[in-house]
Write a protein that binds this ligand. Structure first.
Ligand SMILES: Nc1nc2c(ncn2[C@@H]2O[C@H](COP(=O)(O)OP(=O)(O)OP(=O)(O)O)[C@@H](O)[C@H]2O)c(=O)[nH]1
Length: 77
């Protein structure tokens, strides 16, 4: 787990009463994570908005972290 990266999808961004990505970050305590890469992606699961963006981050970040010998850390918005 220490070498893992974290991708969070904050869905329902199309809804009027949605919880923003920042609020999800705060609720999950992501801002306190200092030792790993993470990213939160707003999405609309019904339309698929944001899904590819999140997966693109995951793909490029895994490539980057592997190339760096699992030593890259820090958040990504
Ligand atoms: N408008 C909208 N509806 C969504 C979205 N994601 C899920 N839903 C709807 O929310 C309902 C619950 O779906 P789930 O797949 O259980 O989604 P969830 O976010 O885990 O559910 P919650 O427990 O309601 O937070 C279903 O009717 C889905 O169609 C979204 O991004 N936008």
């Amino acid at each position: 787990m220490l070498n893992s990266v974290i991708l969070v999808f904050a869905n329902k961004q199309d809804m009027r009463s949605y919880v923003s990505p920042l609020e999800v970050c705060e609720g999950l305590g992501l801002l306190d994570l200092k030792n790993r890469k993470w990213h939160i992606q707003g999405t609309c699961a019904l339309q698929g908005d944001g899904l590819y963006e999140g997966l693109d981050w995951l793909s490029s970040t895994l490539t980057e972290v592997r190339a760096a010998g699992y030593s890259s850390v820090g958040p990504s918005f």
